[in-house]
Ligand binder design. Sequence first.
Ligand code: SF4
Length: 330
Amino acid sequence: MDKNELKEKIKALKDELDVTIVAHYYQKDDVFEMADFSGDSLQLAQMAKDDENPYLIFCGVGFMGESVKILSPEKRVIMPKIACCAMARMIDGAHYDTSVKLLNEAGIKNEDILPITYINSSAEVKARVGKMGGMVCTSSNAKKIIEKGLESGKKILFVPDQCLGQNIAHMMGLKSCVIGDGSDPKEADIICYNGFCSVHQLFEVEDIEFYRNKYPGIKIVSHPECQPEICQQSDFVGSTSQIIKYIKELDPEQKVAVATEFNMVNRLRDKNTYILSSTKPECPTMNETTLQDLYDTLLSIKEDRIVSEIFVDEDTVKWARIALERMFEI
Ligand code: SF4
């Protein structure tokens, strides 16, 4: 079947079934086009919670589908591909426990630790964080959540993204360290786990120099999953939705080079927008989902032989939900 034929068949099945399709901004254009809603991970979890259809097809990566299931356990959440996020895979429950143990060995007691996990983490890790009194954050609200966490007078254990943790610490004039970097965690306000996003690591300071030399006056925009040196030299640092808003408000003639995922940047505007890298920064796992997968998933719902459904056990839902709700309260 060619793409147009597949698209028509997808639309027809969607009309026939009680299904909502959501797609993350980083999805391929073809898949993105088929979605009822699109957004970043938090926007999608919120939209999905308020949606009335019993079936939700989530085009994104595993932790996003899990977040929807945690917030709406009554829904059947199905992912055309249960693709993993490389960053979320860098920490599981055992790694989390080891990190806490290392802090204990460095003289920091459990009661002096407030864990915060980036939404890009498994339900298992979110539940561990919830049980220890901690919360979830996204790249849009990380600063606010950390500020709130610091009111407790405790040290923040930030997992899994070391870059986001260090970037927020720098923005707030706080001290940070990365577990295992040789420094004393007792000296830091924010202690980061050593995870990272392989896509956002592709941007380099030389790329900024290249664009600033080539187009004087160009604006450099980056996502806080980029390395601290990149964010510190950017004109604007923001989450996916904040980047979209910032660029939409720029004069159309203003040149801008953006350090985040390729598919998202590519859809922003027709001209004067550049990717801040000579290597195509495409999230490989987000790009695993194809139109054919979407069609097969719809067909599996129609024929009542669903595969790739997301399940999260009750205890994990309970604690991970607490960690997510603490974020929503703030
Ligand atoms: Fe995970 Fe990075 Fe892909 Fe986002 S871009 S889903 S953080 S690997």
